[in-house]
Design a protein around this ligand. Structure first.
Ligand code: GAL
Length: 375
């Protein structure tokens, strides 16, 4: 009888340890909470990012909560504070702007790890990891799209091509990488006089005064549309634009809308308009010959990689993220917050034109109904 009691007590103690370790986020993550803070939903890709991050975290045994900041950093800070109050063990943050720093400092105080997700958290030394795409290369693809679409290699100063420039949100550090990547391709043609800029011309984002004039607050499509309408009525009134550097798909479609309302561009004579994010509406626009190109950033892969990184951090392992390379050499600066150089893990973007829309389709990036319209 004594033997049976001893066995039962032993089993009871062992089972309580297993349950407890599960509670404290043991080997499979247990019920540790991962807080996911996305910046906005008006740019559709972030809705996909949030859903993919949550699914990837839960598939590894974590609890996960997603919040969208509606492009309002004060609101996002409240959401992040909420995650910390709930005892989150790690935060994945796509910030709106560097106003996020105060709650990143709170996370550091609480020893909660933070991964900056696809947007570097500028001005902070309170976190260690950033995961994104090679955003300079995203910009280079946009520049190459214009180079290819206008056949700039054969253009002459006697009959130059005309372009006007847009940049992303001035509060989003990525905007400078996108713009500088594109201008690294376009500036040599501008210097030769075969490509002429209509409107403000910052050679690089270092020309902050002019960069601010072409930037688009919080990536808001209405702001880009109004600015394009003003350009068409003023600076670009007496020329036919051959290209518009648009920094992402949401803004590209707004710019195209403005152009289609101008008789000079109606009926299929649109400028070459760039973009990024391979949003469905833009993929359809590219298929229909309106937008010229986009850049596919497989955010399903980015989300999976971010959660693999999170899992390794929470387990105290040295990160090794399949499909993502740790930025080194000249790319190390991608992780420079101005206060610290954090470890930046980079995934590869892909340029998409009418010839290879199948790439995001075959990657399962769209719903079946959407994919059917793109085939
Ligand atoms: C950037 C991101 C782009 C695009 C943009 C609009 O930070 O890198 O892919 O989504 O935000 O939200």
């Amino acid at each position: 009888m004594k033997k049976i009691c001893l066995v039962l007590v032993t089993l009871l103690i062992a089972s309580s340890f297993v349950f407890a370790s599960g509670q404290q986020g043991g080997s499979g993550g247990g019920s540790a909470l991962v807080g996911i803070a996305m910046p906005e939903t008006h740019v559709l890709r972030w809705q996909k990012d949030g859903a993919s991050l949550k699914a990837a975290a839960e598939s590894r045994g974590y609890r996960a909560e997603v919040a969208y900041g509606d492009a309002d950093q004060t609101q996002q800070n409240r959401q992040i504070q909420g995650f910390l109050t709930q005892g989150a063990k790690l935060l994945v943050v796509g910030n709106v702007n560097d106003g996020v720093n105060s709650v990143i400092a709170d996370a550091a105080r609480d020893k909660v790890a933070v991964i900056a997700y696809d947007r570097l958290i500028m001005g902070s030394a309170d976190y260690d990891y950033y995961i994104t795409f090679d955003n300079f290369k995203v910009g280079q693809f946009q520049g190459q799209g214009i180079e290819q679409g206008l056949n700039l290699a054969s253009a002459t100063a006697a009959s130059p091509k005309y372009i006007t420039l847009f940049a992303g949100s001035p509060t989003d550090n990525n905007s400078k990488f996108f713009f500088d990547g594109a201008m690294s391709v376009l500036n040599p043609y501008i210097d030769k006089g075969v490509l002429k800029v209509v409107g403000p011309y910052p050679k690089t984002s270092a020309d902050n005064a002019n960069f601010q004039r072409i930037a688009t607050e919080n990536w808001q499509a209405p702001i880009a549309k109004t600015r394009m309408e003003n350009l068409l009525s003023n600076d670009a009134r007496d020329v036919v634009l051959d290209a518009v550097l648009a920094p992402n798909d949401t803004l590209a479609r707004a710019i195209i809308e403005a152009c289609l309302a101008d008789a000079k561009y109606a009926g299929g004579k649109l400028p070459v308009v760039t973009g990024q994010d391979a949003e469905f509406d833009s993929a359809l626009s590219i298929k229909n010959g309106q937008q010229y190109m986009t850049v596919f950033k497989d955010t399903a892969k980015l989300a999976e990689a971010a959660i693999i990184l999170a899992d390794q951090i929470l387990k105290g392992q040295t990160p090794n993220v399949p499909g993502a390379s740790l930025a080194s050499g000249s790319l190390t600066s991608i992780g420079d917050t101005g206060r610290k150089v954090v470890k930046a893990y980079l995934l590869e973007p892909v340029i998409i034109t009418r010839n290879n829309i199948s790439v995001p389709v075959n990657a399962g990036f769209y719903t079946d109904a959407e994919a059917a319209q793109l085939k």
